[in-house]
Design a protein around this ligand. Structure first.
Ligand SMILES: [Zn+2]
Ligand SMILES: [Zn+2]
Length: 282
C-alpha cells in the first residue's frame, strides 16, 4: 500500500514536538513514500493579531529561510529513502492575502504544494481563533454556533474564489466541528459546504482527508463521510494528511482511511511536485 502524508508540523510551528528530521525519519520507519512538510506560514506578517497567541501558532517570519533551507537539506539527505515535499499551511484571512506574497515569493521555486486553511475568522471583535481551545470561552459572543459555521464557510468560499490566494489543497474541511460542537441548522450549513465543494471543483482544488479529527473530541476525520461522498460525486481529488504534531502521529489511521475511501469509490489520490498534480493508485 502506497502511503503519503501531506500534512505535518514540527518544532518550527512552536506547538508541535520534534524537529523536521525526526518527522522525516519517523516517516521512513513507517515506510511512507512521501512526507510533506507543511509548517504554518508565519502569522507576524499579518495585521490584527494582537489578541491571539500567534507566537505559539507558527515560526516568526525571520525563520522562513531556515525552515526552507532545513527542508531542502533533508530532501537531499534522504532522497533514496523517501520523497520529502516542501510546503506551507497558509491561513486565508480576507483583505490580508497580499501580506503573504512578499515572503512567499522568495521560496516559490522550492514549494511543492500549499494547504489553504482557515483557523481564524474575521469578526466584529477582531480575528477569532475558533479552533484554539482557549477561545471556547468566547464562543458566547456569537449568537449561536451556526454563526461560526456560516462565517467559516463564507470565508472558505472567498478563499477558493480569491484570485490573489494561491493554493493547491483545502486543509481540514469541516474544522469547526473539532470540539464536538455541531450546527443547529445542519441543512443550512450543508448548503454552504456543498457550494464550497462546487467552487473547489471549478478551480481544481484538492481536498485533504485529515485524520487529526480522529484524535479530537469529534472523533472523526475531516471531512465527515457525508461530505467525502459528495466530493466523490463531484469528481474532486483528495490527499491524505495526518496533521501530525508529534512524529508518532505520522500517517495516523491512514490504512483505515484508505479502506473507507475505496468503499466510497476513490481509486486514486493526488500527489504534488512543484505545484503540479499527478496521481497515485490506492
Ligand atoms: Zn490547520
Ligand atoms: Zn496543520
Amino acid at each position: 500500500m502506497i502511503l503519503e502524508d501531506w500534512h505535518t508540523h514540527s518544532s518550527f510551528c512552536r506547538h508541535a514536538t520534534g524537529n523536521l528530521e525526526q518527522y522525516v525519519k519517523a516517516a521512513i520507519d513507517k515506510k511512507l513514500s512521501v512526507i510533506g512538510l507543511s509548517a504554518h506560514f508565519p502569522y507576524d506578517v499579518l495585521d490584527g493579531i494582537e489578541n491571539m497567541p500567534y507566537h505559539e501558532y507558527s515560526m516568526p517570519k525571520d525563520e522562513l529561510g531556515s525552515y526552507v533551507f532545513n527542508a531542502i537539506n533533508l530532501r537531499e539527505k534522504y532522497k533514496n529513502q523517501i520523497s520529502v515535499k516542501i510546503a506551507f499551511e497558509l491561513d486565508f484571512i480576507e483583505k490580508q492575502v497580499d501580506k503573504h506574497h512578499e515572503y512567499l515569493e522568495r521560496y516559490l521555486d522550492q514549494i511543492d504544494y500549499i494547504i489553504g486553511s482557515i483557523h481564524n475568522l474575521n469578526t466584529p471583535f477582531g480575528l477569532f481563533a475558533f479552533d484554539d481551545f482557549r477561545f471556547l470561552k468566547y464562543y458566547d459572543r456569537f449568537e449561536d454556533t451556526d454563526e461560526i459555521f456560516m462565517n467559516y464557510y463564507e470565508t472558505m468560499q472567498a478563499m477558493i474564489s480569491s484570485e490573489q490566494f494561491h493554493f493547491t489543497t483545502i486543509g481540514h474541511f469541516d474544522l469547526p466541528k473539532k470540539f464536538n460542537i455541531l450546527p443547529n441548522n445542519k441543512e443550512l450549513i450543508m448548503e454552504e459546504e456543498f457550494k464550497a465543494l462546487q467552487l473547489a471543483k471549478k478551480r481544481d482544488i484538492v481536498i485533504e482527508i485529515n485524520t487529526s479529527g480522529l484524535r479530537r473530541p469529534i472523533k472523526e476525520q475531516y471531512p465527515r463521510v457525508e461530505i467525502i461522498k459528495e466530493m466523490f460525486n463531484l469528481g474532486l481529488d483528495i490527499v491524505l494528511g495526518s496533521d501530525a504534531h508529534h512524529p508518532n502521529e505520522i500517517a495516523n489511521e491512514f490504512k483505515s482511511s484508505i479502506r473507507l475511501l475505496k468503499k466510497i469509490g476513490y481509486k486514486r489520490l493526488a500527489h504534488f511536485n512543484k505545484m503540479a498534480k499527478t496521481y497515485v493508485k490506492i
